[in-house]
Design a protein around this ligand. Structure first.
Ligand code: ADP
Ligand code: MG
Length: 702
C-alpha cells in the first residue's frame, strides 16, 4: 500500500473501519500522520530479562522468559481465576488472570516458551504476576531488542476493543513501514545544522522506537523544538506583518488633559513601574504602528490608573477611548472612580452595560457617534454592533482572563483603522503562558506595588476552627474595618441550587453578627443589577460591615477599608482565583487578613494550593506554582482563550527555556527575512501554511 501522512487510518493494516472509528473518537487519530504524531507517554526498558531465582522483594516491572507448563481455572464462582505456571529452570512463576479468562485460554499454549512482562508480587511464598503481558518467544525478538519500549495512553473503551498500548505500538510499526524515510523535512537544512537537530524522519522513528536513551532525548528535543518554534514563528511573523502593513493612529502629543490630570488631579505619586509602563505605551502609540500590548501586574499594582492616563493621551490627540471590563460590578466601579478623578476635567465619560436604560443607551450611541463622549467604560455590551464610535483610538481590555480571543477580535472591527489595544491581566500569568497565549503582543510588567502596603496575612483554618475566624471579624469590625465572606459557586452558571450555601452562610452570619449592631449585605450573580448595585454601594460607602458574596467580587472590586477576606470552602477555588480574591483586601495602609477555610479532608493538590497561598503574596510566584500544579490547559482563562494548549510533546512548565530559545530564533529569522521570501526559508512558509490550514485563523486577532 502506498501511503502518506494524510492516508485515512482505516487503511493501515490492523485497523479497519471499526477500529478507525474508535481511534478517531477516543484519540482524535484519523490519519496515518495523526498516529505517527501520537507520541508515547513513557518508555519501559525491555532489554533486561530476569531469572525467576533472581527476583528479590516486590520490585518494579520485570521480564522473564520461560515455558508455560500448566494452565487451569481454579476457585469457585466469586473467586474464580485462571492460573498458569511458568518455569525457566531456576524457579516457578505464577501468572494470574481474574478477568478475560476465556481469551487467555484460547490463546495460550502449553509447553511453549513465552516472554512475560509485569509487576511481580509475593503470594504464598511464590512470585505471582497478575494480568501479565505475554508474547510467544518466537515473536518477541523485536521487543527484546528494544531497550526502551514505548507505552501509549489509551482509554477504557479502546482497551475493551483490545486497542491497548501494545496494539498501538504495533500500529506504529505498521505506519513506520509505510512512511518513514519518505516524510518531508519540516525545518530548513540550515536550521537542522545550526541547532544540531535530528532530521524529521529520524526523530519520528526514534520517538516510537528509540535505539538508545540518548537518541530518544534528541528526538524529543527535535519534536518539541518543532512544536514551539512554529507557534512562535507564527506569532512573530504576524506581529511583523502588523507593524509593517497596518498603520496605527499616531498619538503624537501629550497634551492638555494628560498634563492637567498629571499636575493637578493625580491622587498620588505614580510608582516607578507605572511611570515606566506609561512610557512604553506612549512610545507605541506615537510610533505610527498599531499598538498591541499586554499589561501584566499583580493584583493591586495600579493598572487602572495606567489605563486612564493612556486614555487621556488618546483624548489629547482627538480620539476616543474605551475600557472594557468583564463584569458589571467592575465596569460600574471603574466608572465611578474614574469619573471622580476626572470630575473637574473637560473630559466626557459614560458607562454602558447590559442594564443601561434604553433612553440612556440611545444618548450614549449618539454621543459616541458625534464625538461628544471621550471615554466609554463598559462590559461586553461594548461589543454590540450598534455601538459605533466617531474615532476610536484606544481600547483597553481589563482583567483579560475573562475575555476570549474572539471578543478581542470584535473590538478590532469597530474602526477601519484598528485602534491601539491594551490588554490588562487580572492576575499575573507565567511567562511561558504569556508567550503562548499572547505571543504576538508586546508585554509590559508592573512589578512594584504602591508604597505603604502591608503584606496580607494569610492563614488556613479547618472548618472546626470557625470561631477563631468570627473572633477576628469582630475585632476588625470594632476597629472600623470591613469584611468579605466569599462562597464558591460554579462559574458563570450561578444556578439557584448553588446559591443555597451562600444563603445559608448569610443566615448564619446575620445570626452571629445581628443587626442593627452589624449590617451585612449579600451579593451574587442572580440578583437584579440595581439590587446588586445597592448592596455594593452600602459596602463601598462603609455602611455595611460584612459582605457575603460569590466570586462576582473576584476581580477588581476596590474597597480599601476592607481588611478581612474569609474564603469558605477554599479548597474548591483555583490558585489564581484565590489570589484574586485575596487581592480585595490589603488595599489600604492597615494590616489585613485572608482566611482560607477548608474541610478537614483535603486532596494533595488542594493542600498544596492552600499551602502556596499561605507561603507567598507574590502573584507571579503563584502563577508559576499554578502552572506546575495544574498544567497549562487548566490555567484559568486559557480554556476560553481559544489557543490550543494541548501540545503533543512540549510542556509549558518544563520547557520554558526551550520556548524562550525558539522564540529568539524566530525573532532573528523574521528580522533577517520579514516576509520569509528568501528561498532558504521556503520550508518555513510551507509548514506555517500547513499548520494554519489545520487551525482557526487567528491572524486578524489583536
Ligand atoms: P489593579 O492593578 O489590581 O487593577 P487598581 O488599579 O485597582 O489595581 O489599584 C489598586 C489600588 O491602588 C487603588 O485603590 C488605586 O487607587 C491605588 N493606587 C494605584 N496607583 C497608586 C499609586 N501610585 N500610589 C498609591 N496608590 C495607588
Ligand atoms: Mg484592576
Amino acid at each position: 500500500m502506498a501511503a502518506n501522512l494524510t492516508t485515512n487510518i482505516k487503511y493501515l493494516p490492523g485497523v479497519g473501519p471499526k477500529r478507525a472509528e474508535l481511534l478517531q473518537k477516543e484519540l482524535q487519530i484519523s490519519t496515518v500522520g495523526d498516529l505517527i504524531y501520537y507520541f508515547p507517554f513513557k518508555y519501559v526498558d525491555r532489554s533486561k530479562v530476569y531469572k525467576v531465582a533472581d527476583l528479590v522483594g516486590e520490585t518494579a516491572y520485570v521480564q522473564v522468559i520461560g515455558r508455560l507448563v500448566k494452565i487451569e481455572e481454579i476457585g469457585d464462582k466469586r473467586s474464580k481465576r485462571l492460573v498458569a505456571l511458568l518455569t525457566d529452570g531456576t524457579g516457578v512463576l505464577e501468572l494470574v488472570w481474574f478477568k478475560g479468562a476465556k481469551w487467555v485460554m484460547q490463546n495460550l499454549k502449553k509447553n511453549v516458551d513465552y516472554l512475560v512482562f509485569g509487576k511481580p508480587t509475593v503470594f504464598n511464598g511464590r512470585y505471582t504476576i497478575a494480568h501479565p503481558e505475554l508474547e510467544e518467544l518466537s515473536q518477541a525478538k523485536s521487543i527484546l531488542q528494544c531497550p526502551l519500549q514505548a507505552a501509549y495512553n489509551t482509554s477504557e473503551r479502546l482497551k475493551n476493543s483490545n486497542l491497548n498500548s501494545k496494539t498501538i505500538f504495533k500500529l506504529q510499526q505498521e505506519a513506520a513501514k509505510l512512511v518513514y524515510g519518505k516524510l518531508e523535512e519540516t525545518l530548513p537544512a540550515y536550521m537542522l545544522e545550526k541547532h544540531k537537530l535530528l532530521g524529521i524522519n529520524e526523530a519520528l522513528k526514534q520517538i516510537h522506537f528509540p535505539d538508545t536513551a540518548q537518541l530518544l532525548q534528541k528526538a524529543q528535543y527535535r519534536l518539541k523544538f518543532d512544536e514551539l518554534f512554529y507557534l512562535q514563528l507564527g506569532y512573530i511573523k504576524q506581529r511583523s506583518f502588523r507593524q509593517s502593513k497596518v498603520n496605527g493612529h499616531v498619538f503624537g502629543t501629550v497634551g492638555n488633559t494628560f498634563n492637567l490630570f498629571f499636575h493637578k488631579y493625580l491622587p498620588f505619586e505614580l510608582t516607578g513601574a507605572q511611570k515606566r509602563v506609561i512610557k512604553e505605551i506612549r512610545r507605541d502609540m506615537g510610533s505610527g504602528k498599531q499598538m498591541n500590548r499586554l499589561l501584566q501586574g499583580d493584583v493591586g499594582s495600579g493598572k487602572t490608573l495606567v489605563a486612564l492616563m493612556c486614555m487621556l493621551i488618546a483624548v489629547d490627540n482627538g480620539y476616543q477611548a474605551c475600557l472594557m471590563a468583564p463584569t458589571e460590578i467592575l465596569a460600574t466601579q471603574h466608572y465611578i472612580s474614574l469619573s471622580a478623578m476626572l470630575a473637574n476635567m473637560p473630559v466626557e465619560i459614560s458607562l454602558l452595560t447590559g442594564s443601561t436604560k434604553k433612553s440612556q443607551r440611545n444618548d450614549i450611541h449618539q454621543g459616541l457617534l458625534s464625538g461628544k463622549i471621550n471615554l466609554l467604560i463598559g462590559t461586553h455590551a461594548l461589543l454590540e454592533d450598534i455601538v459605533q464610535f466617531q474615532n476610536l483610538g484606544l481600547v483597553v481590555i481589563d482583567e483579560q482572563q475573562r475575555f476570549g480571543v474572539m471578543q478581542r477580535a470584535r473590538l478590532w472591527e469597530k474602526n477601519n483603522d484598528p485602534p491601539h489595544v491594551l490588554v490588562m491581566t487580572a492576575t499575573p500569568i507565567p511567562r511561558t503562558l504569556a508567550m503562548t497565549a499572547y505571543g504576538d503582543l508586546e508585554v509590559s510588567v508592573i512589578d512594584e506595588l504602591p508604597p505603604g502596603r502591608k503584606p496580607i496575612k494569610t492563614v488556613h483554618y479547618m472548618e472546626n476552627r470557625r470561631n477563631a475566624v468570627y473572633g477576628l471579624m469582630r475585632e476588625q469590625i470594632k476597629l472600623g474595618r470591613q469584611v468579605y465572606v466569599v462562597y464558591p459557586l460554579i462559574k458563570e452558571s450561578e444556578k439557584m441550587e448553588n446559591l443555597r450555601d451562600l444563603e445559608e452562610g448569610y443566615q448564619s452570619i446575620t445570626e452571629l453578627f445581628p443587626p442593627p449592631q452589624y449590617v451585612t449585605v449579600i451579593v451574587h450573580g442572580q440578583m437584579k443589577p440595581d439590587e446588586k448595585e445597592k448592596a455594593m454601594q452600602l459596602f463601598v460607602k462603609g455602611k455595611a460591615h460584612i459582605m457575603v458574596a460569590t466570586t462576582v467580587i473576584e476581580v477588581g472590586v476596590n474597597v480599601p477599608n476592607a481588611s478581612v477576606m474569609v474564603i469558605e470552602s477554599a479548597e474548591r477555588f483555583g490558585l489564581s482565583q484565590l489570589h484574586q480574591l485575596r487581592g480585595r483586601v490589603g488595599r489600604g495602609a492597615d494590616e489585613s487578613f485572608c482566611v482560607l477555610l477548608s474541610s478537614v479532608k483535603l486532596s494533595n493538590e488542594s493542600r498544596k494550593r492552600l499551602e502556596t497561598m499561605v507561603a507567598t503574596n507574590d502573584g507571579f510566584e503563584i502563577a508559576e506554582a499554578d502552572l506546575l500544579l495544574r498544567g497549562p490547559g487548566d490555567i484559568e482563562g486559557t480554556q476560553q482563550s481559544g489557543i490550543p494548549f494541548d501540545f503533543k510533546i512540549a510542556n509549558l512548565s518544563r520547557d520554558a527555556q526551550l520556548l524562550q530559545y525558539v522564540r529568539n530564533i524566530a525573532e532573528d529569522i523574521i528580522e533577517d527575512d520579514p516576509l520569509l521570501t528568501n528561498s532558504k526559508n521556503a520550508v518555513l512558509v510551507k509548514r506555517l501554511t500547513d499548520i494554519a490550514s489545520q487551525k482557526l485563523d487567528f491572524s486578524r486577532i489583536s
